[in-house]
Ligand binder design. Structure first.
Ligand SMILES: [Zn+2]
Ligand SMILES: [Zn+2]
Length: 388
């Protein structure tokens, strides 16, 4: 990327008499964009589309001529380029500050000392490897870091409406956070997942799984671009990771061991005081006996604000929170896990069960138990969890 990219904006003329440099850049841009595109369409970067809709090469060229480039698109990061330069200084500085805060939080949380053990469990080693990797990149301002991505995910919580491009922005996994993109029927009837993974049309409404474009004969043809996608970030690995920190592993027992006798009976200060908690204790005493059994809260941002802040490109994050932690920790960002990003624009609540399927599959596993390592007790245990 050279300074000649300025011509993207300086070379465009309202009357269509664009400069030669501008034309050369558009040619470069289209070549680059369609080199990395997965099909005959890609995001259009014109002032009208603003990387918000997919167009064919021909239409994109027309749009760019007619409207010019969208502002601040000197780095073509939606079209295969890494951000190599600070585009907006104040925003970048703000982000760096927030990232430092997050790193400090992480450092405080993870006091596990691998030298205590001759051979730390593989998960512990993997965690440290990831932590190091994210740290390294943090000091290199030249490309998106893992932490940057985590931060973006966190920002979703404070913002109810996010452009569709948020899905494309999340290009990396954060601190070992794996994610899965699952195609959804455009009408939210079903997921193209597991036994339905090979289908190309919806079993219920027959709509195509893929974006369609018209060919020269005017017929609709499938592209390889999915019409709608659900983002799913598995929670088991993250729950296990909580127990890798001695401090957090200890805090996960708080609801049972430390709080006893500290509050008067009739004041509800923690979900452990609630009826749902007590009912679960009675339902499964074995689950209740281990203080490490995790009780999860499920939160869906944006549902209530839909009517006032509806935008055509919104998405709906679903969060999971371990309620075992003491009140001062339970609502901290790092203990609120983003589990799903449900694509908009429709209110997802009608079809919520469709979208929750992958999460429910994991919860079934967690109800039976998964192997985890407890850094506080310094041994493996059977981790169980359920939601209240
Ligand atoms: Zn356009
Ligand atoms: Zn359908």
């Amino acid at each position: 990327m050279g300074d000649n990219r300025k011509a993207m904006y300086e070379g465009w003329r309202k009357n269509g008499a664009h400069s030669r440099e501008w034309q050369a850049i558009v040619e470069d841009f289209l070549k680059q964009a369609f080199k990395v595109a997965r099909g005959p369409v890609t995001l259009c970067s014109c002032l009208d589309c603003k990387n918000g809709s997919y167009k064919t090469r021909h239409v994109m060229e027309e749009h760019l001529c007619r409207f010019g480039f969208m502002p601040d698109y000197l780095v073509w990061h939606k079209h295969g380029e890494q951000a190599r330069r600070r585009i907006s200084e104040p925003a970048q500085q703000n982000r760096d500050g927030m990232m430092m805060d997050m790193l400090n939080d992480l450092a405080m949380g993870f006091e596990f000392d691998p030298e205590e053990y001759n051979q730390p469990p593989p998960e512990v080693q993997e965690f440290y490897r990831l932590l190091e990797a994210s740290d390294e990149k943090l000091h290199d301002h030249t490309e998106k870091t893992v932490l940057d991505t985590v931060l973006r995910l966190m920002a979703i919580k404070s913002k109810h409406n996010i452009s569709n491009s948020c899905f494309n922005d999340i290009t990396k996994t954060g601190l070992g956070m794996k994610y899965e993109k699952i195609d959804v029927c455009p009408s939210n009837c079903m997921l193209f997942w597991r036994e339905d993974d090979k289908l190309s049309t919806c079993r219920h409404c027959g709509k195509s799984r893929y974006i369609q474009v018209k060919n020269e004969a005017g017929e609709n043809v499938d592209t390889t671009v999915s019409a709608k996608q659900l983002w799913y970030m598995p929670i088991i690995s993250r729950l296990k990771r909580l127990f890798l920190s001695m401090k957090i592993a200890k805090s996960m027992r708080w609801h049972k061991e430390r709080r006893r006798g500290s509050q008067s009976e009739d004041v509800m200060v923690h979900p452990a005081d609630g009826d749902a908690w007590k009912a679960l204790d009675e339902f499964d005493p074995k689950f209740a006996r281990d203080p490490r059994s995790v009780r999860l809260g499920l939160a869906t941002d944006g549902f209530t604000t839909f009517s006032t802040s509806a935008s055509p490109y919104s998405c709906w994050p679903v969060f999971i929170m371990p309620y075992n932690l003491p009140p001062e920790m339970v609502l901290k960002d790092e203990f609120i896990f983003l589990a799903l990003i449900i694509p908009g624009p429709e209110h997802p609540v009608k079809n919520l069960n469709v979208f929750l399927r992958p999460l429910i599959e994991e919860l079934k596993q967690l109800w039976t138990a998964v192997k985890a390592y407890d850094s506080y007790a310094k041994k493996e245990f059977n981790l169980r969890a359920t939601y209240l």
